[in-house]
Design a protein around this ligand. Structure first.
Ligand SMILES: [Zn+2]
Ligand SMILES: [Zn+2]
Length: 424
């Protein structure tokens, strides 16, 4: 049964995800805090679960942002960025009930009223013909949903651009001001222009902003060479839960995970640049159970002490996070001196896991890029790079299908970041 705010027990779920690392550096089961819930000065790192790609009625999603935020919060997510197309959720916005219903949200208003109450939901106009509903800005509704150390909302935009007739979509997380897509003569130029605008805002505002390249195989807009060439872009979606993003590629185009290895070989081994990190997201639009891009399919787990946008983004910029479509990790450690990647899986009863270590050498031929150098069913495992090997990442695949798969025979996975011995 749905009742209006305030929330009661939903936040208890959060700690189910506050998994701990068993190996010395990260040791607390959950963050130690004082009576007011403020983390202790010497508190430990923990994993925070979040989704950085979501749509609402502010662009082409089909539910109210409060309802969407509530969905994620109740399922144990710690952070959510609703990233509508070319807009931040700010200012005055009314939407006709008819256009809300056309989106597939037949009983959307009713559910919104049931959950948040008639005193929260604002409408105007004639009840039968011209009824409009107010879409509330983030700065207004966030007070209803956020809770320190449990759940935060981060302002975001999907900068939705085109170049050379191809889609170029880039998410900017923790923006202060909307950025209009800047375009460019080529895909790469559009990526670079939008990245520059974000970097300028980051500097001018003195805040952390994270930009990531979305669904490269959507419309086959972005090639692995593009991902390699635009060195300022350090993040992309290795997993996007929208069924239309060609995750596995086709006869002509590599799958997204393969593109990751190809791009990193070029970036690190050929161009002297930095690693491209991989993010998991939902890109959800559909919240009423119909086929399409539904929530809950892809996310990131970020290791940080505090649940703030700045701490999460700094951790991601340092590569201390992994992407998931269902598998949880207790720990990921890269030891640069020993050139060794180690992981520990958060086991679920009755589930088996296969961990593959994908490795690339400096002079790898095409078919040796991202070669599987080690495969194991152990819950804790590691791989030490041999001479000449420069990049390693691990992917863990469970024997279970995801709760809501996007393609046939899909299994739950977790992707660590790639690590390299090459200092750019
Ligand atoms: Zn997009
Ligand atoms: Zn999107």
């Amino acid at each position: 049964m749905n009742r209006p705010i305030p929330f009661g027990l939903v936040c208890t779920l959060s700690f189910a995800f506050a998994v701990f690392a068993p190996w010395s550096k990260v040791s607390a089961f959950f963050q130690s805090s004082d009576a007011n819930g403020i983390p202790e000065a010497d508190g430990s790192l923990q994993w925070w679960k979040g989704n950085l790609h979501t749509h609402s009625l502010w662009s082409d999603g089909n539910d109210f942002p409060e309802m969407i935020s509530d969905w994620y919060r109740q399922r144990g997510y710690h952070f959510l960025a609703i990233s509508d197309h070319n807009v931040l959720q700010e200012g005055s916005r009314w939407m006709s009930l008819k256009s809300i219903q056309v989106r597939g949200a037949k009983d959307g208003l009713e559910k919104y009223r049931q959950r948040f109450g008639v005193n929260w939901v604002e409408t105007r106009g004639d009840a039968s013909e011209s009824l409009e509903v107010r879409l509330k800005p983030l700065d207004e509704y966030r007070y209803l949903l956020e809770e320190r150390g449990r759940f935060i909302l981060i302002p975001s935009e999907e900068i939705t651009d085109r170049a050379e007739g191809k889609p170029v979509h880039m998410n900017a997380t923790n923006l202060a001001e909307v950025i209009k897509p800047l375009g460019g003569k080529t895909v790469r130029e559009a990526m670079e222009n939008n990245l520059r605008a974000v970097l300028e805002q980051e500097k001018a505002r003195g805040r952390e902003i994270l930009m990531h390249l979305n669904h490269p195989n959507f419309g086959y807009g972005i090639t692995f060479e593009d991902l390699a060439a635009v060195m300022a872009e350090r993040f992309f979606e290795v997993y996007n839960g929208h069924p239309g993003v060609n995750h596995r590629g086709d006869d002509q185009n590599p799958g997204v995970e393969r593109m990751w290895d190809l791009a990193n070989h070029l970036r690190v081994n050929k161009l002297g640049g930095s690693i491209l990190f991989g993010i998991g997201t939902d890109d959800s639009h559909e919240y009423f159970g119909k086929p399409g891009s539904r929530p809950g399919r892809g996310w990131v787990m970020v290791r940080a002490q505090y649940l703030t946008p700045e701490h999460l983004i700094r951790a991601m910029k340092a590569g201390d996070f992994y992407a998931s479509s269902g598998v949880s990790l207790r720990d990921v450690q890269w030891d640069p001196d020993r050139r060794k990647l180690s992981i520990a899986i958060q086991e679920e009863p009755g589930v088996t896991y296969t961990t593959q270590y994908l490795v690339t050498t400096a002079d790898a031929e095409l078919d040796q890029i991202g070669r599987i150098a080690h495969s194991t069913q152990d819950l804790e495992s590691s791989y030490r790079l041999a001479d000449g090997e420069t990049i390693v990442r691990a992917v863990v695949t469970s024997n279970l299908a995801p709760v809501d798969p996007i393609f046939d025979d899909q299994k739950q996975q977790a992707w660590t970041q790639p690590f390299t011995t090459v200092i750019p």
